[in-house]
Design a protein around this ligand. Structure first.
Ligand SMILES: Nc1ncnc2c1ncn2[C@@H]1O[C@H](COP(=O)(O)OP(=O)(O)OP(=O)(O)O)[C@@H](O)[C@H]1O
Length: 477
């Protein structure tokens, strides 16, 4: 892709982001990549079939018009699924999980490349036979870089992966949540590779989308019972991208499967882009079951971690391109400037590799600055959660969070509750009904009343205005 195409793509993404809003953009478009622009067509890709059909059904026109605003000659958007391309890569790279496990044993002997390749291939085949989603051989514990943002999630995942059949299950489900591109899929696939490597347990990795398709397909072919039994016959069920689980009957089935597995002492590992309490479309029972195990957040990647990931990417690239080198100052620059997510870091190294190979030039700081310009994004405003608002408001007014959610109507509780609802409306993208639900199941008209009331009061009441401003600062810092 040329620099001008990249810049144009960044502008199109900016347009999309402002047309659909931050939340919708993050849910549906953050993982959309530009593949090519040819004549009147733009080729985009997304990682799952589900995203593809959702975007086509709901946002096709908008994506097209954002492109047309930049390139009027574009008349067609082609959307493809990237997973297939990514996973079609033969398992050429070292299946490091197998290697790492063997190395941990004291009698381990060096493992040849062919042995490693065939071991990974056979693991992948048996995983496929269980009906699992495709696994990427690169996403193992050995290539996962641990830092402050993910220490706990990594330790919990490692514990699950190293467990043996019959071991007591320590936290169930293990629920990992993080923003886009912060390593959830990497960690979940690492658990699957490592868990299956011992050969003793069956670990099944499914995207929520695959779970839905599997269930719908089983219902259609009237083999739903067999599907449920197969699911319940595994030792560890790993479900990725749970926020995409849609539909009442699939959710009910998911809930049964979850209960059956947990009650039978089988481990469940889940990843999503938000905590269980924010999975608005799931019913309360599922949410509380999800929250009942260990919920771990992976924070945004710190600079050290970003540097570690970049170094590990360069080392992986050098295994195939021995002459490829990225000088320390360039790595430092990338780690400092590409702050957003792991996918952008990977993209940056791929670009430097492509550029230096195609032009036969060493990587320099100048070149890096040019190549990754569009990945260096201005710091985005912090995403504020309703729980944070409730916590900060409760602290400021010396009431408890449950007071805010309760039906108490004494003045010392009513005003803080209204302030909290007002902040929820102004600082988050949540709708009035959603806010109402999060404040003890109140009606949206109550929220609207609170918002209007505080809006009117801050114009007249200086003390209240100062309090609200101070709360905003605390939340935004
Ligand atoms: N700690 C890490 N160590 C090594 N690589 C990482 C780490 N965190 C993220 N990455 C890399 O960043 C990229 C994106 O990570 P991944 O796909 O796991 O993100 P995700 O959280 O599942 O994102 P999404 O919400 O889009 O599904 C991958 O190439 C992954 O290998």
């Amino acid at each position: 892709m040329t620099n001008s195409e990249q810049e144009r793509w960044s502008r199109v993404k900016g347009r999309l982001r402002s047309t659909v809003g931050e939340d919708v953009y993050t849910s549906w478009f953050a993982r959309m990549d530009l593949e090519a622009v040819q004549d009147e067509s733009v080729h985009l890709s997304v990682p799952t079939r589900f995203l593809k059909s959702w975007i086509q059904a709901h946002y096709a026109e908008r994506v097209l018009s954002c492109w047309q605003a930049e390139m009027p000659e574009v008349h067609r958007i082609d959307l493809s699924v990237r997973t297939a391309m990514r996973c079609a890569t033969p398992a050429k790279e070292a299946p490091v999980a197998v290697e790492a496990r063997r190395a941990e044993r004291s009698d381990a002997k060096p493992v040849s490349n062919e042995v490693r390749t065939s071991a990974a291939a056979s693991l992948a085949t048996s995983h496929d036979a269980l009906g699992g989603s495709p696994l990427d051989p690169r996403l193992t514990f050995a290539s996962f870089v641990v830092g402050r943002a993910n220490t706990l999630a990594h330790a919990a995942a490692r514990q699950v992966a190293d467990g043996r059949r019959g071991d007591p299950v320590m936290f169930n489900p293990l629920y990992i949540h993080a923003g886009v591109g912060l390593g959830k899929t990497h960690l979940l696939q690492a658990v699957t590779w490592a868990g299956n490597a011992g050969g003793e347990r069956k670990v099944l990795y499914l995207t929520a989308e695959k779970f839905m398709y599997g269930f719908v397909a089983a219902l259609k072919s009237q083999t739903a019972l067999a599907f449920k039994e197969a699911l319940r016959g595994i030792d560890v069920l790993v479900i990725d991208d749970l926020q995409f689980l849609q539909g009442k009957s699939t959710q009910a089935e998911f809930c049964h499967t979850l209960n059956a597995l947990i009650d039978a002492g089988r481990q469940v590992v889940i990843a999503a882009d938000r905590p269980p309490s924010d999975l608005e479309s799931l019913d309360d029972r599922v949410r509380s079951r999800l929250a009942g195990g260990l919920v771990v957040e992976m924070a945004t990647l710190g600079e050290d971690l970003r540097l570690g990931i970049l170094k590990s990417r360069v080392a992986a690239a050098r295994a195939h391109h021995a002459s490829f080198d990225v000088p320390e100052p360039v790595l430092d620059y990338l780690a400092r400037s590409i702050t957003h997510n792991g996918r952008d870091l990977e993209g940056a190294i791929n670009r430097l590799l492509a550029h230096s190979k195609l032009n036969n030039q060493p990587v320099t700081l100048d070149m890096a600055e040019r190549e990754v310009r569009d990945l260096v994004r201005p710091q985005e405003p912090k995403r504020i959660k309703i729980e944070d608002i409730q916590r900060v408001v409760a602290r400021q007014y010396n009431v408890s969070r449950s007071d805010l959610l309760s039906s108490r109507r004494t003045a010392n509780v009513v005003r803080p509750r209204q302030v909290a609802m007002y902040l929820a409306k102004t600082l988050t993208l949540r709708s009035l009904p959603e806010i109402g639900r999060r404040f003890g199941g109140r009606d949206h008209t109550t929220v609207l009343h609170a918002v209007r009331k505080i809006e009117a009061l801050v114009g007249k009441d200086i003390t209240l205005n100062d309090e609200v401003e101070s709360l905003k600062r605390q939340l935004q810092d």
